[in-house]
Design a protein around this ligand. Structure first.
Ligand code: ARG
Length: 561
């Protein structure tokens, strides 16, 4: 941000200001300064020690408004930015409103994000939380940076399990029961099928026959299949609404039913298909991977076959710049194989496919009894978090507050935030008390700070912009807040580049902490007019930035709570 101005005032033989600008780093320790110029690489060219170079550059530096202090320390030239330079950015940031941190870097580029991708007739369980919220956050973050984003729910709606479902339904099911019980009832039937099939393997043959009927487009089979799908989606949609998750496409596995053969033919023509025990595979020995199985001995296609067809379809349909798959690390091998096969086939976007892996979520022991034994339903986790949020806010002043709405925002927000707090790959042990802690690194803490800002702004009344005394925010606490406001854009960008929403979640917590320190140290509403106005402007910028940060993560920011 300030590097450009600083670079203009440094003189190094044989280097332009732009060369110098590219050398700057951010010191790890903030007390060292805000911007640093490492002199180690220069040492070779200038044939002097880094320390001597830093010392010389310090002496020849032309003072400028941006820089308050220059120091040469162990081969680095460290700059402390002046409060005045920071203050200059405050008004433009307020002017951006909730568009803060946005850019147009993605203009003209399309990013496909395959996320959530739940399985039909199976419960939406806690295992799908991370893919859903990480995918949703990446979607909004890329959109904020100007990309066209295509959100794809690659539904697991194909495979022999649908034959099993039909057998179970026809034998033990009942239409009204399924309509009443939804996915839960479908799942009960599915579990029953497996139990019964252990005793009676003939059931598996029946299931295969029914799946074949679905594949052949038999009327009854297709109707039942579509009905199961409709029931699952109705239930899943309710959870998506609560999580603010949207998709541009629900083209799931079944969508590729008629799109696999051309891809298989193409692989065959390229000499990539091998027959092994009657199955068709792509041999990946040379890459230290097991073969990628594409057609089974009985002619059935697989998950990987559909993913191959999907890659070609997406490239053709969306002409993407990148195609991201937000899927658990358990599928690392699947994606490595998939991308390798695409590369071998000469798929021109092979290098633009990325597996965005993440770790597992488990519940703290005894945190919740499950309805079905092992599986923990996501809607149950959300309900419980909301219920707990409600009892927490009931202890506070709640007049004028829509308690149901606010507890929904806090409870759901807390769960979402917990899945976005760490680097993706980390496994998470979920604890209700931890995620709902109003004083922790949590959504409620950030939401509470946002509500505090709203209340200060309400109390403060209209701000007279002609009477701004910026000295009132030029103290350590105020400058720390402004620094965090300025660097929000960098965090959004970093979150996109590294596909890590945690840069946004960490940033909003940091901003909230810094603002709260300011709030404790300085009067706001009761300060003298010009000083109050400047502090309210700061408060407004914080409010907007937190609101934007939370909304990028898919979390509501209530005005009062
Ligand atoms: N339905 C799969 C699962 O629940 C995830 C699908 C991910 N997307 C993909 N294109 N393979 O494990």
């Amino acid at each position: 941000m300030f590097e450009k101005e600083i670079a203009k005032n440094i003189k190094i033989e044989g280097m332009t200001a732009a060369d110098i600008e590219n050398m700057f780093e951010t010191p790890k320790d903030e007390s060292m300064g805000d911007v640093a110029l490492p002199c180690f690489k220069l040492s070779k060219v200038l044939r002097k020690s880094p320390a001597a170079i830093a010392e010389e550059l310090k002496n020849s530096f032309t003072p400028c408004e941006e820089v308050q202090e220059v120091n040469a320390v162990s081969g680095y030239l460290n700059f402390k930015i002046s409060p005045k330079a920071y203050l200059k950015h405050l008004i433009p940031i307020v002017g951006q409103g909730e568009a803060t941190g946005s850019s147009d870097e993605g203009n003209g580029k399309t990013i496909c994000i395959d996320y959530s991708s739940v399985n039909i007739a199976k419960p939406f369980h806690i295992g799908h939380l991370s893919t859903t919220v990480i995918g949703g956050a990446l979607y909004r973050i890329f959109a904020h940076l100007g990309y066209r984003v295509v959100g794809i729910n690659h539904l697991g709606d194909w495979g022999t399990q649908f034959g099993k479902m039909i057998v179970a339904y026809l034998k033990w099911g009942d239409r009204t029961e399924v309509e009443k019980g939804g996915v839960l009832e479908l799942n009960r039937l599915y579990v029953k099928f497996h139990k019964e099939a252990e005793e009676n393997p003939a059931l598996d043959d029946e299931a295969r026959a029914w799946f074949k009927k679905i594949e052949d487009g038999d009327k009854q089979a297709t109707e039942l299949f579509l009905w199961f799908k409709e029931i699952t989606l109705a239930e899943v949609s309710k959870v998506y609404d609560r999580l603010k998750i949207k998709f541009d496409s629900y083209a799931g596995e079944s969508f590729y039913n008629d799109k696999m053969q051309p891809v298989l033919d193409m692989l065959d023509k390229k000499g990539l298909l091998e027959v092994s025990d009657g199955a068709k595979v792509v041999n990946l020995d040379a890459y230290d991977m097991p073969p990628c199985l594409l057609v089974k001995g009985d002619g059935a296609t697989l998950y990987a076959t559909r993913d191959l067809a999907a890659a070609y379809y997406r490239a053709k349909t969306y002409d993407f710049y990148k195609c991201l798959y937000v899927v658990a690390y358990q599928q690392n091998l699947h994606f490595k194989q998939l991308f390798k096969v695409l590369e071998l086939a000469g798929f021109e976007k092979a290098a633009d496919m990325e597996h965005i892996a993440f770790g597992m979520v488990s519940l703290e022991d005894g945190a919740m009894k499950t309805r079905l034994g092992r599986v923990v339903w996501l809607s149950d986790v959300l309900d419980k978090a909301v219920e707990k949020a409600k009892s927490i806010i009931a202890e506070k002043k709640t007049e004028g507050i829509d308690v149901d709405k606010v507890s929904e925002a806090i409870g759901v927000g807390a769960v979402v935030f917990s899945a976005l707090w760490n680097n993706r790959i980390k496994d998470i042990v979920f604890s209700f008390d931890k995620v709902l802690n109003f004083d922790g690194e949590t959504a409620p803490y950030v939401q509470y700070t946002h509500a505090r800002c709203c209340s200060l702004l309400k109390k403060g009344g209209t701000v007279n912009l002609d009477d701004l005394n910026l000295d009132s925010v030029a103290n350590d606490e105020g400058i720390a807040v402004i620094k965090s406001l300025i660097s929000f854009a960098d965090s959004v960008k970093k979150a996109a580049t590294l596909r890590e929403p945690c840069y946004v979640s960490r940033h909003v917590v940091d901003l909230a902490e810094k603002f709260n320190r300011f709030y404790i140290a300085h009067k706001i509403a009761s300060a003298e007019e010009g000083r109050k106005n400047a502090r309210l402007i700061l408060t407004l910028a914080v409010k907007n930035t937190i609101k934007t940060g939370l909304s990028l993560l898919g979390i509501d920011a209530p005005e009062a709570m």
